[in-house]
Write a protein that binds this ligand. Sequence first.
Ligand code: NAP
Length: 470
Amino acid sequence: MRMLIGENWVDKDEKIDVRNPYNNELIDTVPSADKSDVEAAYQAAEEGYRVNRHLPVHQRISILYRTAEILKNRSEEFARTIATEGSKTIKEARKEASRCIDTITISAEEARRVVGETVPFSSREGSENRVGYYCRFPIGIILAITPFNDPLNLVAHKVGPAIAGGNSVVLKPATVTPLSALKLGEAMIEAGLPWKVLNIVTGYGSKIGDALVMDPRPRMISFTGGTQAGEEIVKKAGLKKIGMELGSNSPVIVMDDADLEQAVELCVSGAFWAVGQNCIGVQRIYIHENIYDWFERAFVERTKKMKIGYQLDEATDMGPMITESEAERVERWVKEALEEGAELLCGGKRKGTLFEPTVFKNMPDQAKLNCEEVFGPVVNLYKISSLDEAISLANSVKYGLHGAIFTRSLSHAFKAIKELDVGGVMVNDSTDYRIDMMPFGGVKWSGLGREGIKFALLEMTEPKVVCFNL
Ligand code: NAP
């Protein structure tokens, strides 16, 4: 496929191969952008901003609804693209495609709710004769940088609200999974989005990242990806707004009064969804000592039933990791944890990009698998004797995206809600629960700001105050 810059689908001699992570088969190529392409994209986006900011809101709404309609009509094609270039199974990819329809539809709905309010100027002595209000205006060009693990819907989470709010966009999708983003771009152009409002540059972050990030023209960087890259970008960005959706190693607490079968089922799914390459994937499960043995047995039994293999087979529960080097990294972390004294309950082996669903107990505090984000199919079980202990351990890491608790006790639930240092607490669900309209984002090293269309729109617009001196 080609990249989208200005009014053209642009090709280049230098290409990037896009390969199926299961069998390394070449699916397609995309151009490898350089600094001149970044420059062209920003020049186009400057014009695109002038166009979109003046587009009546009803036209932006129509474009977004038409895009959602196109996505609906081609949802199987989008799902197959997600599953072929990435590592989701076809069942997981269908869910992502359907959530993307939601994201774009909600963006259309929220476009009409970008509102302000009156300001009571007469509240200050001397301002009795003043009346006024504020309303929200687009901020300009938004640089969107996205990761591989939800190659379609996380792009929509940036492009949908950015366009709804009247901005223009320069998008850089993950190098390993650019096709879903380019297809979304095609759908938007087909839906009537004026050229130049959306520009998609395909290329390596290591090659064009600085040119994208350090340019003064974008007024906001909306980044989703790893904490390391996020921090690097923040240091280089200069004076612009920053939205950071970063990683985590999410904790789940299972109390002895919980529905245990539900907890097992949801935690297995939450740990191994998208091969654990999931920012809200379950990585640490704190289980009350009274039910620990039962939970461990049931959890391991259920995990062993997961069918791993080719992601496009309908029967596959867990596909390949995104690259062999990522699978090797997880293998190294597993080996290190074993050397540090962790006890393997099942899994732990790699074959190419396939990594077995892996369960540990007695994971030492300092092990990477405890304190870092594994971003792979590995989960740790811990025995706890009280809720206080579980909350303290859950909070003991640098991340804080989602946390969860399984319990039938309201007081346990409310204590966890109050004391877990995270951006979202799921009660009787795993951390891997999200719908696209809810505020989404993390505390501590998991991020800055919130997505979820209404909340992204607040970040992507800014208030302008108006005052009449009568
Ligand atoms: P990543 O390596 O950080 O890359 C994310 C994106 O940033 C890619 O497009 C990458 O380009 C680009 N990039 C990397 N370094 C850059 C730099 N210095 N300047 C500009 N761009 C740069 O992350 P990933 O492996 O794709 O995704 C996994 C991570 O994303 C995990 O940590 C996960 O938790 C996080 N994530 C967070 C959320 C959330 O909402 N909180 C959601 C999904 C994923 P290249 O592809 O060319 O390297």
